[in-house]
Design a protein around this ligand. Structure first.
Ligand code: NAD
Length: 506
């Protein structure tokens, strides 16, 4: 079904655009791809738009508002205006009920939300459904946590005095999120922030704004009042100006960012002038260590979870795989069998188990990392080539060293880059020799080794004999240059609250 409607382009003025398969999106984007500001579905003030395309087929999905500074100011003002009512005139129980309803709506719309996500991001439908379930789980979890934001009363050393500590919402929070989990990276922040009583302005990645807008639609249906949850989409041209404004505005109290370490550092420095709270969920370079005593079936299953999901485009992806020399051949054989069963292609095809990379630039980067490793002596033992469209073959490379680019950069592709080791101390030291410290994984059957290594690895999260570790109940986040703060779990509330001490004489 083709629908013709009027849109404008910043460069070419007004033109007619074909929006394909509109019927597919009606239940999750009934207003089309408009921004959501102050409870209204709006275009950019300038009328400018940018294109959102399917990364596999390059099909044009929507032209989405390319918001400018005026729109950003409106969104922040809407969040500011809504803050007092949401934080002080709404009870935690009322907030909890809305979050619980949001969870239910997400479940009811799972199929359509997942399809939209696959169309704009590329990941296979089963993974997209998993992302929608994972996203919804944060609304359910924080529906509970909203009612457990406890304070403290401390005994005074002075007669007739009381020291009360309360936790208050930090205020207006800007969420800036990446394309690799277009729904989940918003939900993981929004669940906690809304439970705490904050109001939000979401700025999604320009590659995947549609999932953010569909999330706003479900937020509206769940009953979030106008101004509490705003979504501002922007393309390349306005991005830096808007981000700078959001970081520097005195109407914004905190920035919660998920994305690359480089951009995280930039936002941190831009936020310094107003001494804002900044929560950063940044890049990783996860070590994945297979010890001699490991159950290799589990290690391969763990590698598949930690590497193949999102075609390797996840921050917790196994980036450097260290395998004990004695089990290398067995591990590689088993892994090759498992990777050989993956079906790479269009995420919309139910048979596909590994989707495309986000764009051609990402494929070029992965290919150049593979080439560099091979030039420096590594060996491709499986895959190693581009696939159809923006796909890349599942790949195993052996003979990698920590000095190669592939071990230093976030690969963000389906490459298992293997190094070998024989000594526990040596592998821990090599695993820690990076400025990143997000996730890590160890596979071993030796309990004391597990204990020793768990405590010595410099990471914020560790999977022990497990490759899939993230869930709403646990604290997600990194050390070193992988970030500041935690999302999920009871700890996730900390990022969006601040302590107030009230001293009362009676
Ligand atoms: P990115 O840093 O390029 O973009 C993230 C967000 O920042 C997007 O909304 C983007 O529009 C915005 N942005 C980009 N450049 C900007 C600039 N100069 N000024 C202001 N804003 C800017 O990251 P990405 O490519 O979208 O995502 C991949 C990165 O995200 C990887 O490094 C990955 O490890 C990281 N990531 C981390 C986590 C985590 O929880 N730690 C989760 C997912 C992704």
């Amino acid at each position: 079904k083709f629908v013709i409607f009027n849109v404008t382009s910043p460069k070419r003025g007004s033109f007619l655009c074909k929006r394909q398969n509109m019927a597919n999106f009606e239940s999750v984007l009934p207003q089309g791809a408009l921004c959501y500001i102050d409870g209204k579905w709006v275009s950019a003030k300038s009328g400018a738009t940018f294109e959102v395309r399917n990364p596999y087929s390059t099909e044009l999905l929507f032209n989405t508002p390319d918001c400018g500074l005026d729109d950003a100011k409106n969104a922040v003002q809407a969040a500011r205006n809504a803050f007092e009512k949401w934080s002080l005139e709404t009870t935690p129980k009322q907030r909890s009920v809305i979050l619980q309803k949001w969870f239910t709506i997400m479940q009811q719309k799972e199929d359509k939300l997942a399809e939209l996500l696959t169309r704009e991001q590329g990941k296979p439908l089963a993974e997209a459904r998993g992302e929608i379930q994972y996203s919804a789980s944060f609304f359910e979890w924080y529906a509970g946590e909203a009612r457990r934001i406890y304070g403290q009363v401390v005994q005074s050393s002075v007669l007739n005095r009381e020291h009360v500590h309360v936790r208050e919402p930090i205020g207006v929070v800007v969420l800036i999120t990446p394309w690799n989990f277009p729904t989940a990276m918003i939900a993981r922040k929004a669940g906690a922030a809304l439970a705490a009583g904050c109001t939000l302005v979401v700025k999604p990645a320009h590659e995947t704004p549609l999932s953010a807008l569909a999330l706003a639609q479900t937020a509206e249906e769940a009953g979030l009042p106008p101004g509490v949850f705003n979504v501002l989409t922007t393309g390349h041209e306005n991005l830096q100006g808007i981000s700078r404004y959001l970081c520097e505005s005195t109407d914004v109290d905190a920035i919660s960012f998920t994305g690359s370490t480089g951009v995280g550092k930039l936002l941190l420095s831009q936020s310094a002038s107003t001494v804002k709270r900044v929560c950063l969920e940044l890049g990783g370079n996860a070590p994945f260590i297979v010890f001699e005593s490991a159950d290799l079936e589990k290690a391969v299953k763990g590698t598949m979870s930690a590497k193949s999901r999102g075609s390797g485009q996840t921050c917790v992806s196994a980036n450097r795989v260290f395998v004990h020399e004695k089990v290398l051949n067995q591990y590689v054989d088993k892994l090759q069998t498992a990777l050989g069963q993956l079906v790479t292609g269009d995420g919309l095809d139910p048979k596909t188990t590994q989707g495309p990379l986000i764009n051609q630039r990402a494929v070029d980067k992965v290919q150049s990392l593979v080439n560099d490793a091979v030039e420096k002596g590594a060996k491709v033992v499986f895959g190693g080539k581009r696939g159809k469209a923006t796909c890349y073959q599942p790949t195993i490379i052996t003979g990698v060293t920590n000095e190669m680019e592939i071990a230093q950069a976030e690969i963000f592709g389906p490459i298992v880059a293997i190094q070998t080791f024989t000594d526990e101390k040596d592998v821990v030291s090599r695993a820690n020799s990076t400025r990143f410290g997000l996730a890590g994984y160890i596979f071993s059957s030796d309990a004391s080794q597990i204990h020793r290594v768990s405590r010595r690895l410099q990471v914020g999260m560790l999977g022990v004999n497990e490759g899939l570790i993230s869930c709403s109940e646990a604290a997600f986040g990194g050390v070193k240059e992988s970030g500041l703060g935690r999302e999920g779990g009871a700890q996730g509330i900390d990022e969006f609250t601040q302590w107030k001490y009230i001293c009362t004489q009676y």
